[in-house]
Structure formats: C-alpha cells, structure tokens
Ligand binder design. Sequence first.
Ligand SMILES: Cc1cc2nc3c(=O)[nH]c(=O)nc-3n(C[C@H](O)[C@H](O)[C@H](O)COP(=O)(O)OP(=O)(O)OC[C@H]3O[C@@H](n4cnc5c(N)ncnc54)[C@H](O)[C@@H]3O)c2cc1C
Length: 429
Amino acid sequence: MNIKRISNPRIVIIGGGFAGVSLAKVLSKQDVQVVLLDKHNYHNFQPLLYQVSTGGLEPDSIAYPIRKILQNYSNFQFRLANVLEIDPKNNKVITDIGLLKYDYLVIASGSETNYFGNTSIETNSMSMKTIPQALNLRSLILENFEEALLTSDLQERNALMNFVIVGAGPTGVELAGALAEIKKGILPKDYPDLDTRLAQINLVQSGNRILKEMSEEASKKAEAFLEKLGVNVWKNTRVSNYDGKVVTTNTDVVFETATMIWAAGVKGANIKGIEGADLVSRSNRIIVNEFNQLKTYSNIFAIGDVAQIETEATPYGYPMMAQPAIQQGKQLGHNLKRLLEGLPLEPFKYKDKGAMATVGRNKAVVDLPKYKFQGVFAWFVWMFVHLFFLIGFRNRMIVFVNWVYNYIRFDREARLIIRPFKKKLKSDE
Ligand SMILES: Cc1cc2nc3c(=O)[nH]c(=O)nc-3n(C[C@H](O)[C@H](O)[C@H](O)COP(=O)(O)OP(=O)(O)OC[C@H]3O[C@@H](n4cnc5c(N)ncnc54)[C@H](O)[C@@H]3O)c2cc1C
C-alpha cells in the first residue's frame, strides 16, 4: 500500500462516513499514524440522498472528497480500498489493494440495506444507500415517465406511474413527499400529454404509524402532510414479495408497479473475519462495550451504524443515525488518546439531540428533547441543521442556492438521465 511504518502507533480506520471522519478529526492532533480506508474516495451525506433521487440536488453537492477532509493532517494517509477481510489474530486487514498491519483497528463501515433474506425483493427493488443507487433511482423515475408517454397499454402506463415505497421511516417519508411534489409541480409542465393524475405514490408501513422512532405527534402530523400532498399511506401492511411487476402484501392489497423502493430495513455492514454470536448481533452489527471495544480483541473498536453498544440500557445499541455515529467517533478519539497515555477509558454517553424529518415544502416535523413542533418553522430548522452538518463550504453554498431556487421557482432542475438505468443492473452499487 506504499505506507511507511513509523515509530508512532498505527491506527487503521475502515470507513470515512460520519463516524470515521469525526474520529479522524480528533486523531489529527495526536502522535499516531492514521490510515483511513474507504471503498469510495468521498464522504456521502446520506440524509440528502433522496433529493438526488428526485432531481432536487446534484450528487456532487452531497459528496465530499475524503482526501480534502484530511489534507491538513500530517499524520494521515488515505487509501481507496475495499476491505475484504480482517485477520484479528495477526492484526492485519486484507483489501483489494493489498494487506495492511495495524496496532489499533477501528471499524466504521456503516450499514447496508437489509432485505431480510428475500432475494426477489433484493433483485427487483430499488434501494438508496449510496450515490450510485440514488442516481439509478433518479434515472428510473424519469425513464418511467418517458415510457409512460409512449405506451398505449393503459395497464403498463399505470404500472410505470405507480410508485411503491416500503418503509415509512424518515427516508420513506421524505422520498414520498418529494415524489408527490414532482407529481404536482413538475409532471404537468414536463409531460403535458400525459395524464399525470395516473401517478400514484404509495407509502407502505408494516406498523400502525409512520415515523415510529419519533413522537406520536410527529407521526400524526407527517401523515396529515403526506395525505395533503396526495400520498397514499398504507399502515399495518407488510410487503411480502415483489417480482418486478407486482408487490404482494400480507393483506389483500397488491400493487402493480415498475418501481418499488425498499426503505424498510438496514443491517450492519460487518466485514468478514469478525464473526460469531458473541461478536456479531442478529442485525449484523458488531457487539462492543461502552468503550466501543470488541469483547475478544481489545485493540479493535467499532463505531457508528456498524457498532452495537450493548448495555442494560441499550440492549440493541443506539439508533443507526448520524448523531450516535458522530458522537461515538469523537468519544473514541478521546479514548484512544487516553489508552496511549495509559489512562482508563471513559464510557460513551449519548446526548440525544432529537430527530426530524421533512415531508416537503414548508412541511417538516421536529422532535427536540424539550420541544416538539411541526410545519414551516420545523422546515426551516430541518434545512438549517442539514446545511450545518454538510461537509464543505462549497457544498453548503450549492445546496443553499439550490433550495432557494427550487423554493422560488417550484422546480427541481437536476431531473437528468445522465446514466440510463437498466433494471437488474446492480453492478454500480
Ligand atoms: C437515505 C438515508 C437517509 C438518512 N437520513 C438520516 C437523517 O435524516 N438523520 C440521521 O441522523 N441519519 C440519517 N441516516 C442515517 C445516517 O446516514 C447513518 O446513521 C450514518 O451515515 C452512519 O454513519 P457511519 O459513519 O456509521 O456510516 P456511513 O456514513 O455509512 O459510512 C460508512 C463508510 O464506510 C465505507 N465502507 C463500508 N464498507 C467498507 C469496506 N468493506 N471497505 C472500505 N470502506 C467501506 C463506506 O464507503 C462509507 O464511506 C440516513 C441514511 C440513509 C441511507
């Protein structure tokens, strides 16, 4: 890998997401050699992926080069590498560009879509965890409209314009709201020859309320917002299969659709070599103690989505969200410093800063630890918070200008089929 061994301890971090980057920032001031490995050369701001899928933002505005994040840190090395396996007994990682020895290893590889073993859903549905996937979805949505315009088969046209989103967490809700706004604001202008009333947006949820991680107040209000936008919300409906044409559920509800978007599950993106029931949870997350340390290997740590800090208070770990990942990254940086100074480690304490989701223009729900509010003010808070956490001044400016433009013009100008998507072509993921 062309990385010289120096006398300082070597810390290898797998993953330049929220957790890996926040750890890297703390370690930048320490006497250690840090090697960050990621299979992408950019940090992906996942909370805004749905805006890329729906033509609201260009992908470049939510991605940021990892090398640029690290360029002022003299003790850092970055390698574009896919980590294939960890060999914990010999303190090395095996990647597609070679082997690397470590003194300390931090696994911050995030999460991946969980299809719960249903290969038919996995093959036929769209997911939205990466930028290539968001671009695939953008292409497919636009290609559907182009095809709908051409076909004379009404059943086919209906299926092309029928969108089914499975999972009514923040991702599903935000995507449904954005598609509803496309139906209302863009379709009539772009496709005057198409009966845009045929476009249906269905949000399917197995439980009895949407945004179940948020307050009841937020759930109810978000559902009311969605209904106002014309989204069909199907609660207590569990999707059982999708063959690429028909979505079946546990009730008598079926959908004929060319597009099912799966936002109903995530699991840890664990890496081969970390195995066994005492190290890996049922949701494929790495089980760690309150210091983010693995049980059997005291020089290996896991942070962020892939880590399950198992304590009495958190038997299933912290939610797979940006804040726990950022806070764990910072705390581990602090703890690694203490470890190298021979001091005892300090336990991770999560500061819950609340949760939020936007449904569309002027419509958002915000649950803060002390206050809950919805509507226009919540929408401004949502925008401010997302701009604040976006990495890079240029990205913030571009996103801000885009949002102002889209707001004033009721528009989404990134509705481009740059790279046509052929269904079942999953090689870009
Ligand atoms: C569509 C969507 C919307 C979301 N919205 C919100 C939201 O509104 N609010 C919120 O708090 N959270 C949201 N989240 C969740 C949030 O993005 C995650 O919790 C957060 O990204 C976790 O950070 P992380 O560092 O653990 O993982 P990630 O940010 O996923 O980073 C993991 C990194 O590891 C790299 N990697 C993985 N495996 C390997 C490997 N084998 N070799 C090399 N590199 C590897 C990946 O390329 C990636 O860069 C959303 C997630 C999605 C998908």
